[in-house]
Design a protein around this ligand. Sequence first.
Ligand SMILES: [Zn+2]
Length: 146
Amino acid sequence: MHTERGQAMQQKLRAAGIQPTLQRLAVAGSLLVRPVHMTAEQVMSAARFQLPSLSRATVYAVLQLFVRQGLLKELPVDGASTVYDSNTSPHHHLYDVETGEVADLPMSGLQVMGLPESLGGLQLEGVDVIVRVRGLRGRTAPAALA
Ligand SMILES: [Zn+2]
């Protein structure tokens, strides 16, 4: 990767403590250029345009590495599938149960009330909500939520 974008991606990986290999750059190029929500299968299809020899095992390993190093968030949208989110700042989500489409919902769009002040000594790390909907395709979050 000798393009300007490629160089920026190498720097981004290095800054996260990741040695930029061809495989990691192919996955990063599919996921980390702009905020996206993608399943591992979608990442694999996209990354194989750049590196056709990329194996499924490698894609999963790279995704786990990126999650560990803070470049991605895992979003367990249902029991069967995980969506990888390249926007790692705190936010909620809309999830279309029919199409699997995911859209961001800003933190200000939804308030979670009634959290006990004391969590039995546990430290609150964060609250992120997945709002399950139908008919999301092609639409953005409704004004009432966003
Ligand atoms: Zn998101």
